[in-house]
Design a binder for this molecule. Structure first.
Ligand code: ADP
Ligand code: MG
Length: 744
């Protein structure tokens, strides 16, 4: 077969076909190369074509040898014309002189010597005839220019120059050279990968393109054939970015398609409940009465979230909704309204939180919020009874547990709040109508599913409860589309009125730190309270607790000796934890020295100062969470970040916290600093395909891909009219997922 693109006007080359061809079908790839490619994870022609360059060297912007000036740091692309390994004669003294490799390189404008010391292997790497990129400082030796021990990257191995290459080996001739990811072990060069890729592209010819022309035009995307060609062999430095965008779109589109299909699949299999969200006679529902009884009016954003949830609850399909809101935006009230809707119809609701402290606090807060509410109960004389809220954690005693289990299965417990303990087998509901999962990032998908499955009951005859998932800290909207793309999303983008932003200061020296302690004393004198968060200690919870104890002792005897100081860490017995929290809430303690057990959710409105020691050890999201523990009561509040670390990462993080209190903005900064890896770390099946897409810079593509996926699945729920898409998805999602998505 020759290099010319096929003239076949058929539907074009499918990725499936390429995925079925081993790289050994390529003329250039023999047994040795096949092994080397396998080390890069490249086994099929599709693997090869999706082994994308990690960068490009623009041969048109290089400095010709004749224009080099001593002292410049320069990039030169040139051909090796001579290699010598001069013996340095007899070294003086006993030490052998360093070995040298001197190679001469040439481009169209001139010649230059390159010297490598103690790198004998360079002679092998750069034989005569190879074309390479050299980067280093230009020096002078005996009147002529010389490049000493530069970095060198082979662009084309000796003897590779024939064929359809338009340049003759002289550097700077106007080509753009792709540089591929390589392993150290393999003998491969970017040049060889480029050759294999070129052969594959030539023989593949035109690619079938599943993205409709209308979308391509609208979004400004290349056709797939041009994209694969331009990403591997761009003619100019302007060609590869449009190609990357197009192929990144393909990745995102496949991902969104899988997510949207998953969502629609879940709905097809669902046995949902239609909850009663309004009464025919116009009488207020339980949720209405709850909202009307609050000491504040819900914000517009809370109201919108409640409306969206009501709409879901009223419908026949179970809700799958993610509720995003910044720290303190009031997600709990929204969740309680949803849970009460279930209770109103004679069902139950469960709220699962990641820690004991948080679960206990939720239980206390919810009990207070629903205090006085009554639910219908025909078995009583009054015809109703008080709403009951149960709390279940690992430390709930056996006797209490038994009572709770009985109450849940007979239906006398309306709301159940707890930790992972909710997932145990003994927990069975009479009729579970709504499930809320707080601080979702701490739970896996399986745990989400396990709690939902409680709705069907042990005999499987029940129904699928409506699910509301809440995040503690916002993640960027587009990232959420990727990670939680199988959920509908509601954002609470407004804080309750009257909240003052927490004044945040990064204190770097012991002198500056004095400001934090004097603020703590002032605020306590004014009737307020303060948190001090101890340094994060890697290792075990025990070690961390020990360090918290000594920090507590130091502060109680030193800076805070005139105040009443308490200690809270994960190793304390539960009863002790509860006692300390109660004392802090009541004001018996002025200051709480704590580990990050207080990170999530802790709600003490009188707390106005947060001091975080060794703040550079915490991530942005964690710092924002901790800061969210103050400023909840409408009084001016302060957060002090103590750290003398001035590394660029620490500066970037801590100054971002100083600059803004907007969780969504911080989420963007976090994504920028840490890359998508951490967010996608939580990724699930079918999401391993993102090689080119960037969540931050390709936001527009994420949204477009989502839109197209929704459109396609909306018009063709099981993709019967889109066989090419089905085929491609089957390549990229794993077998279990494909089975689920495409079973009939
Ligand atoms: P988060 O979204 O961080 O979970 P919470 O639900 O814990 O926030 O609410 C934070 C605090 O704000 C609580 O004390 C809650 O009672 C209060 N709150 C919630 N909504 C409002 C509102 N609309 N107006 C005033 N205070 C509110
Ligand atoms: Mg919360």
């Amino acid at each position: 077969m020759n290099g010319a693109p096929r003239s076949d006007p058929g539907p074009g080359r499918k990725l499936r076909q390429l995925a079925d061809l081993p790289v050994s079908v390529l003329r250039g790839v023999g047994a040795a190369a096949e092994k080397e490619l396998a080390e890069l994870g490249v086994e099929t022609v599709l693997d090869l074509l999706t082994h994308y360059p990690r960068r490009y060297i623009d041969g048109t912007r290089l400095v010709p040898i004749a224009d080099l000036v001593p002292g410049d740091r320069a990039s030169v692309v040139a051909t090796v014309t001579r290699v010598s390994r001069p013996t340095s004669g007899y070294g003086r003294g006993r030490r052998r002189p360093p070995s040298r490799v001197v190679i001469q390189i040439a481009d169209a404008s001139g010649r230059l010597d390159v010297v490598f010391f103690n790198q004998a292997w360079r002679a092998k790497q750069l034989p005569v005839g190879s074309l390479a990129l050299f980067y280093g400082t230009i020096g002078e030796y005996r009147g002529s220019l010389q490049l000493n021990s530069p970095t060198a990257e082979v662009l084309r191995a000796a003897g590779d120059g024939d064929g359809d290459d338009d340049d003759d080996g002289a550097g700077g001739s106007g080509r753009v050279y792709p540089v591929y990811p390589l392993t150290d072990k393999a003998n491969l060069t970017s040049a060889r990968i480029g050759r294999y890729t070129a052969e594959a592209l030539d023989r593949a010819g035109r690619f079938a393109d599943p993205v409709p022309v209308a979308t391509r035009t609208h979004v400004g995307l290349l056709d797939r054939t041009s994209a694969f060609n331009q990403i591997h062999r761009p003619a100019t430095d302007d060609d590869h970015e449009p190609a990357r965008r197009r192929l990144a779109f393909d990745e995102l589109f496949r991902l969104q398609l899988a997510l949207v299909l998953r969502q629609s699949r879940l709905q097809q299999d669902a046995r949902g409940l239609r909850h009663l969200v309004a009464r025919d006679d116009g009488a207020p529902t339980l949720a209405d009465r709850f909202l009307a009884g609050l000491p504040f009016t819900p914000t517009g954003a809370q109201q919108r979230a409640i409306d969206a949830i009501r709409h879901d609850l009223a419908g026949p399909l179970p809700m799958h909704r993610l509720l995003q809101g910044d720290v303190g935006s009031g997600k709990t009230v929204v969740a309680v309204a949803a849970m009460l809707t279930a209770v109103d119809g004679g069902h139950q609701a469960a709220l699962m939180a990641p820690t004991e402290v948080l679960a206990e606090q939720h239980a206390a807060a919810v009990r207070e919020l629903v205090d006085g509410l009554r639910v219908p109960d025909a078995a009583t004389l009054e015809g109703d009874r008080p709403l009951t809220v149960g709390l279940l954690t690992n430390k709930t005693g056996a006797a209490d547990r038994a009572v709770l289990h009985a109450g849940l299965s007979e239906g006398s417990v309306d709301l159940l709040i707890g930790t992972h303990a909710l997932l145990t087998d003994q927990v069975g509901f009479r009729s579970l109508g709504v499930v809320v999962i707080d601080e979702q990032h701490r739970f896996g998908v399986e745990q989400r599913a396990a709690l939902r499955a409680k709705g069907r009951g042990s005999d499987g005859t029940g129904h699928d409860p409506d699910l509301l998932v809440m995040t503690a800290t916002p993640i960027p909207r587009t990232a959420a589309m990727v990670v939680f793309g199988d959920l509908d999303m509601t954002v609470i983008d407004e804080l309750p009125a009257g909240r003052l932003p927490v004044t945040t200061a990064w204190l770097r020296t012991p002198l500056e730190t004095g400001e934090a302690w004097s603020r703590v004393r002032d605020e306590v004198a004014g009737g307020h309270r303060a948190f001090v968060v101890c340094p994060l200690v890697e290792g075990s919870e025990r070690i961390e607790a020990a360090s918290a104890v000594s920090e507590f002792e130091r502060l109680a005897a030193g800076e805070l000796s005139d105040l009443s100081v308490g200690l809270l860490h994960g190793q304390l017995p539960s009863a002790e934890k509860e006692r300390v929290m109660a004392q802090f809430r009541s004001g018996a303690l002025d200051v709480l020295v704590a580990t990050t057990v207080i990170e999530v959710g802790v709600d003490v409105p009188e707390a106005t100062v947060m001091v975080i020691e060794d703040a550079d050890r915490f991530g942005i999201a964690q710092l924002h969470q901790l800061r969210g523990r103050v400023g909840r009561g409408g009084d001016p509040s302060w957060c002090y970040l103590l750290s003398d670390n001035d590394s660029p990462e620490a500066v970037a993080r801590l100054s971002a916290l100083e600059r803004t209190t907007d969780g969504f903005e911080l989420a963007d900064v976090d994504l920028e600093l840490r890359g998508e890896g951490t967010i996608l770390g939580a990724r699930q099946k079918g999401r391993s395909d993102l090689k080119l897409a960037r969540l931050l810079s390709d936001r527009d593509l994420v949204v477009r891909a989502r839109t197209l996926a929704v459109e396609v699945v909306g018009g063709d729920p099981v993709l019967v009219d889109h066989p090419l898409l089905v085929e491609e998805l089957r390549i990229f999602v794993d077998d279990d997922e494909a089975e689920f998505l495409f079973k009939s």
